[in-house]
Ligand binder design. Structure first.
Ligand code: MG
Length: 316
């Protein structure tokens, strides 16, 4: 069963064994798994505003009597309840169609299988339902394409996220379409430029290429290449999505700001997020968009141009 456990989840059990030995327990109990989780996955408990120190203090209050530590060379076995927690973690992963078993599944399983864990962590707001929400959230993000394996690989391999920045500006002229974030916005002016002049998509392309250290949009989509003549900017994103996917790169998040004097973009954001998410195989809530005016200053302020900045966070 452990072959499905991520490196993180295996380390949780390693640390749980360490905690049992440290406290002189002859078997690894459910609360040792909680301490192991707190040691290995600090992020998991951060949202519940608790950490290893607080959980260790709680443990010591629950078990004031202490045996001498057991030598770490002695293989302390899992208790029957802890074995059930491991099995339950795998069952919970199955329910979500997840091949991997991670720390979040172990925490969920511990709140289900162990009365003591349920009661004590419940006082800290860590309940089956709150943990389930975390697992669902995680699951939802993972189920975009076939990303569960990548997630597992990143976290197990300890690969850090990377961030890239992108910027673009286009002149605005009458009689052209204004396309922002893949959505046509009704307006009396539009972008002048290569393809459909979608500043937001161009900035996102550069942010993604920057995060992956793959150069810039000009190198990937040269305006001299007939292949991209008349292409929609969203097609650039679809292409980049494939490039990143082949490199086993996962996009966690995109944030962007579009700067233009008029018209208001806010009402179009849901459609833009939808279009961008679709092109990149992401969920709309992994994409944040903002709009600013330039307070009447400079060319943007005079309505002669539109600009955008974007930041992308990836791993892989
Ligand atoms: Mg451009």
């Amino acid at each position: 069963m452990l072959e499905r456990f991520t490196e993180h989840a295996r380390r949780v059990i390693f640390f749980a064994r360490y905690e049992a030995s440290h406290y002189g327990c002859p078997s690894i109990e459910s609360f040792h798994i909680i301490l192991g989780l707190a040691r290995e996955d600090r992020v998991l408990f951060r949202k519940f505003k608790t950490d290893l120190q607080k959980l260790s203090e709680l443990y010591e209050r629950l078990y004031p009597e202490r045996n001498p530590p057991i030598a770490t060379s002695v293989e302390v076995p899992l208790s029957a309840e802890s074995k059930r927690i491991l099995q339950k973690a795998a069952d919970e992963a199955d329910k979500f169609g997840q091949r991997h078993v991670g720390p979040e599944h172990l925490l969920l399983a511990a709140t289900i299988e162990s009365t003591q864990v349920r009661e004590e962590l419940g006082k800290l707001g860590i309940t089956e339902s709150t943990v389930l929400e975390s697992v669902k959230d995680f699951s939802r993000r993972m189920q975009v394409g076939d990303l569960s394996r990548k997630f597992e690989n990143f976290f197990s391999a300890g690969i850090a996220p990377r961030t890239g920045i992108g910027y673009d500006l286009h002149r605005l002229e009458p009689g052209r379409k204004l396309i922002v974030g893949g959505v046509e916005i009704p307006f009396d002016k539009g972008s002048v430029g290569h393809s459909d002049g979608d500043v937001l998509i161009h900035a996102i392309c550069d942010a993604l290429l920057g995060s992956a250290a793959l150069g810039d949009i000009g190198a990937h989509f040269p305006d001299t290449d007939p292949k991209w003549k008349g292409a929609k900017s969203l097609d650039f994103l679809t292409h980049l999505s494939k490039v990143l996917d082949e490199k086993n790169i996962y996009i966690f998040h995109i944030d962007a700001v579009v700067i233009l004097e008029r018209p208001k973009l806010g009402p179009h954001f849901p459609a833009m997020r939808e279009a961008i998410a679709k092109a990149l195989g992401m969920q709309p809530d992994q994409i944040n968009l903002k709009a600013k005016t330039n307070e009447g200053v400079d060319a943007i302020g005079r309505g002669e141009a539109i600009a955008a900045y974007a930041v992308a966070t990836i791993a892989g």
